[in-house]
Design a protein around this ligand. Structure first.
Ligand code: KIV
Length: 315
């Protein structure tokens, strides 16, 4: 048993929930937008308290919390469950559900259906989908853009994602930086502009050379959130487990660790184990008491050699 989670009814500090128009305002004012991933109630509460603008329930959950080898295996059901928990812990940030591999590639109808699930079942504010040109999540680019358009047409805000799109890591030949030559840079720009025209409210640029991003930014009217795309974007996103040092998989060059939380957690559990084995935990301060008279009566009832019939004493 643990204590019941406390869910604040109103955003702390009187902060207002972040809206899509507010993001556009931040861009126009040149104020950086902060996005972080979260995958459960406590990580959402951390993001809330830290005052981030956007929470992405990223399909990186596949690796960081579910232990899969890549983002490909995670299902829509698994993602919706995680997103619901995030929603319960987040009141101020805009919560975005990441469409996992296989939840939108099939058809526009499938893409809309999956997006609706995020809104109805997990109370998300928006969805994100990975989109790229020839090597993207849907191989035919016009099809790929049609997915974003149809979700937008259903009234659901969509965040695009270009550059390195990890769901397509096999087609991309691995987790590679995108846009390292002129042709690839054109590809990244074309994907971003097509998603912008399709009505996306924001776009993630992942693993794109900083100088390429800077050039593309001149044409971007919607907020661009970078991860490994340099400092010229309107905002930044990092994976919760990467920035806090909670995950020991391969970390790309663009990750900066701001804490070493896993080490702290291991130390905490190790100290607990040592105290249990050394009979130093629990102490009297962790134990419940009973009225001494009641205890004495109980001792008499249970004394060895006495016939035992609990029914005599239970109401
Ligand atoms: O799934 C995820 O966490 C992401 C971010 C890396 C942008 O897509």
């Amino acid at each position: 048993m643990s204590t019941a989670p406390r869910r604040p009814d109103a955003p702390p500090d009187g902060r207002k929930p972040v809206t899509i128009p507010h993001l556009a305002e931040l861009k126009s004012q040149g104020r950086p937008i902060v996005m972080v991933t979260a995958y459960d109630f406590p990580s959402a509460q951390v993001a809330e308290e830290a005052g981030v603008d956007l929470i992405l329930v990223g399909d990186t959950a596949a690796m960081t919390v579910l232990g899969y080898d890549s983002t490909v295996p995670v299902s829509m059901d698994e993602m919706v469950m995680l997103a619901s928990a995030v929603r319960r812990g987040a009141h101020t940030p805009l919560v975005i559900g990441d469409l996992p591999f296989g939840s939108y590639q099939g058809s526009n109808e499938q893409a809309v259906h999956s997006s609706i699930r995020y809104l109805k079942e997990a109370d998300c504010d928006a969805v994100k989908l990975e989109m790229a040109g020839v090597s993207g999540a849907v191989a035919d680019k016009s099809e790929s853009i049609a997915r974003a358009r149809s979700i937008v047409a259903a009234g659901i805000p969509v965040m695009g994602h270009v550059g390195l799109t990890p769901q397509s890591h096999s087609a991309l030949g691995g987790y590679r930086t995108q846009g390292r030559n002129m042709q690839q840079a054109v590809q990244v720009a074309d994907d971003a502009l097509a998603l912008q025209d399709a009505g996306c409210f924001a776009i993630v640029f992942e693993a794109v050379p900083a100088a390429v991003t800077e050039v593309i930014m001149e044409r971007m009217r919607v907020p661009v959130i970078g991860i490994g795309a340099g400092a010229s974007t309107d905002g930044q996103v990092l994976v919760f487990h990467d920035l806090l040092g909670l995950y020991e998989g391969r970390t790309p060059r663009f990750v900066k660790r701001f804490a070493d939380v896993k080490r702290e957690m291991v130390e905490g559990v190790r100290a607990y184990a040592e105290e249990v084995r050394g009979r130093r935990f629990p102490g009297v301060e962790h134990a419940y008491s009973i009225d001494p008279e009641e205890l004495e009566r109980f001792r008499e009832v249970i004394a060895p050699g006495k016939p035992w019939d609990a029914a005599d004493f239970m109401g």
